[in-house]
Design a protein around this ligand. Structure first.
Ligand code: BG6
Length: 256
């Protein structure tokens, strides 16, 4: 529309799509670091993009975070022409309940009138307990569903912010800082060149699984996340659709 042309958003989308090698990019006006309503706009834009790509049957794997929580709020009952299931992408990686993937999947199901499954993985248990846990039929069933997802929705975080927000052990924290991690997604921490310097060990989707997934939506905004977004995108699959805001986009463009 007119507003987008005047503010140069369409132009920024074109430039960043080719510079960052993306399947698609959507930029919403504003900067979510400064205005909380911009996250709602990220949510609205994501809901629209997802809807356009729904097939008859869908399994949508979702990560945690406040951005994904905003996406959940913007999903609507018009998703329900499809047979769609929401599943958490990975097991527990240390978030507050409201930001956990399980909670967000439940919200997405509630707002769309569709189904969801949960994956409860204890955060700190012995190797033995963990191993026997993995043999539980319900866990195996949910893991199989996750591995057959045709869509993934995920957030991207600043590495240090995420390491602090999770209850990261001093040893792992040291790995993250010594490795100069700047970005984080799915529990993987990336340095500026996109190399993984640390990974939260848990079950569910692994980074290499993303290659086989048709639609991967990365949703992250705010100028403070530009470094993180750039780092993650260096190893992101080419099917990635980035949904971001003007704040992050302007900062991203400065790097070229
Ligand atoms: C976490 C995800 O829950 O949220 C991370 O596991 C992601 O991979 C993070 O980086 C983003 O959080 P927020 O609140 O900035 O959207």
């Amino acid at each position: 529309n007119m507003m987008r042309e005047i503010s140069g958003i369409n132009e920024m989308e074109k430039r960043l799509q080719s510079l960052l090698n993306l399947n698609e990019i959507v930029i919403v006006p504003g900067n979510s670091d400064e205005s909380p309503w911009v996250k709602e706009e990220l949510g609205r834009a994501s809901a629209f993009s997802i809807k356009q790509r729904l097939e008859g049957n869908n399994i949508i794997a979702v990560t945690g975070g406040s951005t994904m929580a905003a996406v959940a709020e913007m999903l609507t009952p018009d998703f329900s022409g499809s047979d769609t299931l929401f599943v958490p992408a990975r097991g527990g990686i240390g978030e507050d309940v409201k930001n956990q993937a399980n909670t967000i999947c439940a919200k997405m199901a509630e707002h769309t009138g569709l189904r969801h499954r949960v994956l409860y993985v204890p955060d700190q248990v012995s190797k033995e307990v963990y191993k026997s846990f993995l043999t539980e039929p319900v866990i195996k069933e949910v893991l199989n569903l996750i591995k057959s997802a045709n869509m993934v929705l995920h957030g991207i975080g600043d590495a240090i912010t995420m390491a602090e927000r999770r209850k990261t052990s001093p040893d792992d924290f040291e790995k993250i800082t010594a490795g100069h991690a700047v970005g984080e997604a799915f529990g993987y921490y990336f340095d500026e060149s996109g190399e993984v310097v640390h990974k939260v060990p848990t079950i569910g989707l692994q980074l290499e699984d993303l290659k086989h997934i048709n639609h991967v939506f990365a949703v992250a905004g705010g100028s403070s996340k530009a470094k993180a977004i750039r780092a993650y995108l260096k190893s992101a699959p080419s099917s990635t659709i980035l949904i971001t805001d003007e704040g992050a986009a302007k900062e991203l463009l400065k790097g070229f």
